[in-house]
Design a protein around this ligand. Structure first.
Ligand code: ZN
Length: 674
């Protein structure tokens, strides 16, 4: 009522109005009620509100912006309904609102929408209204959010914009002083309820007050502030509320408003700010700022109309689990890693060769990343020695003598049940991997084809067997497979581990290449396999997690597993700004030493005489897949023969190794003799 209108008198203002002004646009809030919110609302209506259609106070929250892709969202959760036990996530800012739950769809249509906006609780603070028709029997809700704000007609004009940092420097102040002043005036529990405030910056002192405490509002020393959920060039809805308030209450014609985003509010998060940083806008308001309100949210079709949510399919535990775990991943992207490709990660398919300690740990980590297509291959049965270290088994699996591969797949179904939101496909295949030196039975010969089919139908192959020989055929099959899967070998010693990546498109060495060209590691690896059952219990989870995290990081590089091998040295230069490495460096292999709590990341190239991945071996396999593998299994010496490794060894024996070779190859010859 007491809003005075004043004519602009300052010549300074006149001059600026002649310059190039443009209309200031705002990005509206998007409502984001969680499933739990609707459940809590239904309970409250049933038990307490019943047929009362009057407004009830509830609370939502939003996050300060400046992360690319983070839309300005007003979130509501189960405790938004509660009057006492409101859970407030750390760092989120609070918005109070009113919910009107009407009893019929006709009432929903007929109710005066403008009147509801006018009943909004405050004009000096962002607020919201929510109109709901709850069909409790069908668990279906028709709802419409409104974010009341002044019409600003004609719209506010923008004359200058710059970063908040520059604005504060121009006023002989700084972000540090600015933040200190806010902290000292609004203690932590109050700060998050003050998304709008004003700061008066004089040469001697910074004064922070709520909007209603502003005196001499026309002083140019005022900086009017809002916590801004936008990460774009345009500010979000709170800035609109702020400008409307300044025009109506103080009849200001010109004001500088500060839109505070994550970059200034949380220094520790600064490295992750990929959106537009905190801004200061100098804004010109029109004489005719009216007190009429608008702000009903558009629906999913982009029209001015209500939305509907059907909860029935969402209340099944499997659906709840799926949406909750997906939310965790998306939150990670929104808050910390904007370039994380959550959907790409969750759609990969993984073949786990070995369902022991490593297989169980790899599977659990994959589940954490939202991956729901996992196949286990193992020939064993769950034994009483397994459940303590092999996280997918229980003692009842031992009592029933269940196949490990089948039991592991069943366990995953309990942890991440199939749902419409994220369909899962967990399979257990009982199969013996053919190994050089172990002659094959008729049944095992069939397993060659079966294993080849499995490798060709998965894009990631984790080789987690406990013998070295069992890694040979999977490595060969993956190299020969037309789909060119990413292969990750994981091996354990007592207190050391190795993770190696490999794939047909890459020029990097496979598990066997590496063994031969790196003699020092070769002996280590052989010991690893022999000792794998006596590893320190913490080792398998560490190594498995490293392998999965490497696979996920590789997915973000355009070349995938063919991405060049990064050394640890690149780490010092690496920043999260490298679009190909948003999760960090992409080593070829990781060797870990639990005795020193240390890892190194050596890289080796493909060895042209490798017994598993060389062109010669792949060509022999392609010519006669079953025949070749069967022959190698009964006589592994064939491998040394066709790759020429035996000639190398003979040459060495004949003391005739002074060929025109480089140092690496000499090292190879030496290693073969030892
Ligand atoms: Zn190789």
């Amino acid at each position: 009522g007491g809003c005075k209108k004043e004519r602009a008198s300052s010549s300074h203002v006149m001059m600026e109005q002649n310059s190039n002004l443009k209309t200031l646009q705002f990005i509206p809030f998007t409502s984001a009620p969680k499933i739990g919110f609707w459940q809590a609302l239904a309970k409250k209506k049933l038990e307490e509100w019943q047929l009362d259609e009057g407004g009830k106070e509830i609370e939502g929250y939003y996050w300060p912006g400046s992360l690319a892709d983070l839309p300005p969202r007003l979130e509501l959760v189960a405790s938004s309904i509660s009057s006492s036990n409101i859970e407030r996530p750390n760092g989120a800012y609070y918005v109070r609102g009113d919910v009107y739950v009407v009893n019929t769809l006709d009432r929903f249509k007929a109710i005066e929408k403008e009147a509801i906006l006018k009943k909004a609780r405050s004009v000096d603070c962002p607020s919201f209204v929510l109109l709901v028709f709850a069909d409790m029997k069908k668990q279906s809700y028709v709802y419409w959010f409104g974010f009341p704000t002044f019409a600003l007609s004609p719209p506010a004009q923008l004359s200058t914009s710059r970063s908040l940092k520059d604005e504060l420097i121009a006023r002989d102040s700084s972000i540090e002083l600015f933040l200190q002043s806010i902290e000292s005036v609004f203690p932590d529990n109050k700060k998050y309820e003050q998304p709008l405030f004003a700061v008066r910056i004089t040469p001697k002192v910074i004064k922070v007050v709520t909007l209603t405490q502003v005196d001499e509002p026309h002083s140019e020393e005022w900086l009017f502030c809002c916590i801004d959920p936008s990460s774009q060039a345009e500010p979000g809805w709170p800035a609109r509320t702020l400008i409307g308030f300044l025009g109506l209450r103080f009849a200001l014609k010109r004001a500088t408003i500060a839109c505070c985003r994550l970059d200034v509010l949380q220094d520790t998060q600064q490295a992750f700010c990929n959106g537009i940083c905190s801004q200061a806008f100098t804004v010109h308001m029109n004489d005719d700022t009216t007190s009429s309100l608008l702000g009903w949210e558009k629906n999913a079709a982009g029209r001015m109309g209500p939305r509907r949510i059907d909860m029935a399919p969402l209340t099944h535990p499997a659906e709840l689990a799926a949406s909750a775990s997906a939310l965790n991943l998306h939150l990670m992207r929104w808050r910390l890693m904007p370039s994380l490709q959550v959907d790409k990660v969750s759609t990969i398919s993984c073949l786990l060769l070995g369902a022991g300690t490593l297989g169980c740990c790899v599977a659990r980590t994959l589940i954490g990343w939202g991956i729901r297509n996992i196949t286990f291959v193992d020939n064993g049965y769950v034994a009483y020695s397994n459940p303590a270290r092999q996280w997918l088994y229980t003692v009842s699996d031992c009592a029933q003598n269940t196949s490990k591969a089948v039991a592991a797949a069943k366990a995953l179904e309990q942890i991440a049940p199939n749902s419409t939101a994220s369909p899962s496909r967990f399979t257990g295949v009982q199969l013996t991997i053919p190994m050089p030196g172990h002659s094959l039975t008729e049944n095992e010969i069939k397993d060659i084809t079966r294993l080849a089919q499995l490798i060709e139908s998965h894009d990631h192959v984790f080789v987690l067997t406990d013998t070295r020989e069992a890694r040979w055929l999977p490595t060969l099959l993956a190299t020969a497979a037309p789909n060119q899967p990413t292969v990750l070998n994981v091996g354990l010693g007592l207190d050391t581990f190795v993770v190696i990546r490999h794939g047909a498109k890459s020029n990097l060495g496979c598990y066997f290449c590496n063994d031969i060209v790196a003699p020092a590691d070769s002996t280590k690896d052989r010991t690893l396999d022999q000792q794998c059952t006596v590893a320190r219990p913490g080792l398998a989870p560490i190594a498995s997690a490293m392998a999965v995290e490497l696979a996920i990081a590789l997915l973000h590089h355009p070349l995938g597993h063919a991405a060049p091998a990064d050394s640890e040295q690149i780490l010092s230069k690496h920043t999260s700004n490298d679009p190909n490495r948003p999760l960090g460096i992409l080593p070829h292999s990781i060797r870990g030493f639990l005795t020193h709590f240390t890892t190194v990341a050596p890289a080796t190239n493909k060895f042209h005489q490798c017994t598993a991945c060389s062109d010669t071996v792949v060509a022999h396999y392609r010519q006669d897949p079953i025949g070749f593998v069967t022959k190698v299994c009964s006589d592994p010496k064939i491998l040394s023969h066709i790759t020429g490794l035996d000639t190398l060894a003979d040459d060495f024996d004949a003391d005739a190794f002074l060929l025109d070779e480089d140092d690496d190859d000499l090292a190879t010859i030496t290693s073969l003799s030892s």
